[in-house]
Design a binder for this molecule. Sequence first.
Ligand SMILES: [Zn+2]
Ligand SMILES: [Zn+2]
Length: 345
Amino acid sequence: MKKKFIKVISLTVVLAIILVGAVVQISAADTSTMSLDNASGYAGDNVKITLTCSNNPGINGWAVYISYDSSALELVSVDDDSTFGAITTRYGNPIRVQWYGLDDVTVNGKMAGILFKIKDNATPGDYPITVTYDKDEVVNQKEQNVEFAVNNGIVTVKENKVDNHDLKKVDAQKATCTKEGNIEYYVCDGCGKWFSDATGTFEIADHNSVIIKKTAHTPSEWIEDKAATETDKGSQHKECTVCGEVLETKEIPVIEPTKPTGDDSTDPSGDEDTKPTAKPTTQGPTKVSTDNNNATLPNGKTPSAVSGTVKTGQNVIVFTILGVMLLSVVSVYVIGSLKKRKRNN
Ligand SMILES: [Zn+2]
Ligand SMILES: [Zn+2]
């Protein structure tokens, strides 16, 4: 008997538990709820948390407060792409978001989207985002408080993994005199970091360090752009033989008029400018032919005196020959006259 009684009791208790569970479940499904979802990212990423509501019994206005951990997260913006229509936001921590309508609105879904930036120095881990409200600020048209259950959210800051990089190779490029070059390196599509190796082990912190400076230009010889004349200066330049850039420019000085050189055939200016060289050539032979008698001393000296001013070798030879001829003539004359005297005596 006792055993049977215990069996009945047990069965009743089990049935009761099942029944209560079902009721609780049904009521949970019917509960008006505001929920924040979860998001995750790496330090430096932006993540969005969305506030939604379900089983809305009809409300005329709501205002909520959303709190976050300022040590890891930074508020970027709150979007008003809400199923309720335009919302107003007061930035801060907590963030205050509110909406007021005219009728009891029974829509469900997105109330607000909150964009956070995970701080660059955020420690990996879970950071709760909580939503709270003042009962007097969630009301229906009859000014009655409407209660909502709340589900908080979490932002998970993920641990950076070295082997997670998605590396793209950047080919090396030679520098020229017009363009900088670069050494070969790798860039991670995920985190944007640069590495010197394909496995992402050695990070390049200083992005300028991959740059190869431009090479020097290769200068040409002087290239004449405009020839100089006796009145105008000319110009010339040096340019790069690779890229053609003008590297240096310089004037070419005016050409000085050419000075007479003593050459008769090229001297148009006549006797006045003529150097003494021209005179003896005409005077020498004249004296020989006209002053035969007392030419002994002066004529003997003339050739040597003249040769001192003579500039060209040709003239020296001419005067030497003339001198020798003169001396011979004089000698013949003197010897002749001496013989005559001897005969006459
Ligand atoms: Zn990466
Ligand atoms: Zn160049």
